[in-house]
Design a protein around this ligand. Structure first.
Ligand code: ATP
Ligand code: MG
Length: 555
């Protein structure tokens, strides 16, 4: 079976196939439930891809539901960015956007139902005490002294909580399950707490807010979700998910399934930690091109197709994993190689003067926009007596394997003529400022008639036509492979994760837009930065190098 087929046939699909065959469900209804407390990252893309593709492939539905039960951490900016990112990734949710907060009234009624059944109680222990009483993995918990309060009193107190009669952090509502359960989550979990905070959706209508575990299963059931898919850290919560649905009068009972979250080497995939980088100004913002956020990847020049392909390649399992960055990079390279228009840019320029070319002659050279797609057309690139080439393409003391320009040797200028280096001029600190060359006017896209073999092709731009540009070269954001597991992750930032150079691009790039990622010949894939670029100062982000070079450089 091919890798792709295998990945498409993941264990969740096998469960769905079985459920459909047995009649447990007749359609597939999934949801993506982000908490709007930060921007989406590549881990979320894995979940989005899974949930939306299942719905599509099984002709079902997928909802977008904001899990907005914690008003102190959530805001509209995050909601808007999440909607934008999902659409950009190429997915469309069914119907209107949903919010857990739309169900606050129903949730309140279900909480009352649990109280009425003697399955929930208002506790007066403060959060610290609740933690102490909970016990540990090796010691049982202890019942709260308020656990056996009668139903009537509980109902009255819960109502008073709702009516702002108690201070934040005083009372809470807890499920009455089992303080001796081997599963910590089942030791009378908190269902509601008091928070005097303005909610983005419900304003100041509520001062008690339901906890994630109480909200999520009920929202899933109310929406008719059939397969509620989440990451493995919620495995134990499944017991509570089922307990709540089994104990309230709700018709549907969705099932929760867990898969392993995506971890990516040399970066961190957690909104909470990424937020630290933003708040502490360690990066430019959520969309800094080094961030593993969807907005960062977009700004860096990643395409939606490349991220979808990545999600397909990594597959869905229950095994812990730490995916190499090279996997993500190879996805974007494969996509861009097919679609990126080609252009020339010189990142570390040195001047070349072609002495046997007339002073003011300008020739317009035709170049294919894509070497394998003549249907993508050609562009005209000016060629003149003074050019820039890259410093690295000339050597005074070449090694044996060096094939590019040296004094007395010939190279071809991409899509143009063959030149030979004659001599150099240096400044007073010994740096080369100009390379004087001659060209053979009879070699435009033709081999030289003397039969000499040209071993190298280098890129160039015409000095008087080229546009100045800054190039942002990005590297891994962290200097260790697993920053996720380090508490001091902030001190592990790779100091060379951004290197800026100043050079030139061919004039056709005056029409570059941030949505188009180019292949700069021999240099890599680049797109115009939408934040820092101005008409007078073009800034290009390097999306990825042409080949996997990273390990090789470091070893
Ligand atoms: P974070 O720790 O980054 O805030 P989260 O799980 O708290 O992540 P949510 O907004 O609650 O973030 O997540 C929405 C959905 O995305 C959930 O179903 C969650 O399981 C899934 N998800 C989050 N991170 C990953 C990841 N790294 N890999 C796969 N799925 C993920
Ligand atoms: Mg969360």
């Amino acid at each position: 079976m091919s890798e792709t087929k295998k990945n498409q046939n993941n264990f969740i699909r096998q469960i769905i196939d079985k459920d459909l065959a047995s009649g447990k469900c007749s359609t597939v209804h999934t949801r993506f439930p982000p908490e709007p407390n930060g921007y989406l990252h590549i881990g979320h893309a894995k979940s989005i891809y899974l949930n939306f593709s299942l719905a599509k492939d099984y002709h079902g539905q997928c909802y977008l539901r904001f899990d907005d039960t914690n008003p102190t951490k959530e805001n509209i900016e995050y909601i808007e960015s999440i909607k934008h990112d999902i659409k950009w990734l190429g997915f469309t949710w069914d119907g209107k956007v949903r919010y857990s907060s739309n169900y606050f009234k129903q949730l309140y009624q279900y909480a009352r139902e649990l109280i009425s059944k003697g399955l929930a109680y208002v506790d007066e222990l403060n959060p610290d005490k609740i933690r102490q009483y909970r016990g540990t993995l090796t010691t049982p918990g202890k019942n709260s002294p308020y656990r056996n309060r009668n139903i009537e009193d509980n109902l009255v107190l819960f109502e008073k909580m709702r009516n702002r009669e108690f201070a934040e952090g005083t009372l809470c509502l807890r499920a009455k399950i089992d303080m001796n359960s081997p599963l910590m989550i089942m030791r009378d979990p908190v269902l509601y707490r008091i928070k005097f905070a303005i909610h983005h959706n419900t304003g100041n209508q509520w001062c008690i807010y339901p906890m994630y575990d109480f909200t999520h299963c009920i929202a899933d059931a109310l929406e008719g979700i059939t397969h509620s898919i989440c990451t493995l850290e919620f495995q134990e919560n499944r017991r509570l998910y089922d307990w709540i649905l089994n104990n309230i009068s709700i018709q549907k009972h969705p099932c929760q399934y867990e898969f392993s979250r995506l971890n990516l080497e040399y970066t961190i995939i957690s909104k909470r930690k990424l937020k630290q980088l933003v708040i502490k100004h360690i990066v430019e913002g959520w969309d800094d091109p080094r961030m593993p956020t969807i907005s960062g990847l977009r700004r860096r020049g990643y395409t939606p197709a490349s991220i979808r392909e990545f999600c397909l390649r990594i597959g869905v399992t229950r095994q812990e994993n730490n995916i190499a960055m090279a996997v993500l990079e190879s996805c974007v390279r494969d996509d861009l190689n097919k679609i990126a228009p080609r252009a020339m840019a010189v990142l570390n320029p040195v001047k070349v003067v072609i002495e046997n070319m007339p002073e003011n002659s300008i020739e317009m050279i035709s170049m294919l926009n894509h070497p394998n797609k003549p249907e993508n057309g050609i562009r005209k690139v000016p060629f003149s007596r003074e050019l820039y080439i890259d410093h690295a393409d000339f050597s005074e003391k070449p090694s044996k394997s060096y094939k590019r320009l040296v004094i007395g040797r010939k190279v071809r200028l991409r899509s143009a003529y063959i030149i030979q280096a004659e001599r150099v001029k240096k400044n007073n600190v010994g740096e080369i400022t100009t390379i004087y060359c001659t060209y053979n006017p009879d070699t435009l896209n033709k081999n030289p008639t003397d039969g000499s073999k040209i071993k190298s092709v280098i890129h160039w731009v015409s000095r008087s036509h080229a546009l100045p540009a800054h190039f942002h070269l990005y590297d891994r954001l962290f200097s260790v492979a697993n920053p996720n597991t380090e508490e001091n992750f902030l001190s592990l930032i790779n100091k060379e994760s951004l290197i800026i150079c100043r050079g030139f691009v061919e004039p056709s790039l005056n029409t570059a837009t941030p949505e188009i990622t180019y292949q700069f010949e021999r240099e890599g894939y680049f797109c115009k930065d939408y934040v820092q670029s101005t008409p007078d100062n073009l800034v290009f982000n390097r999306t990825v190098t042409l080949r996997e070079t990273w390990n090789k450089i470091r070893i």
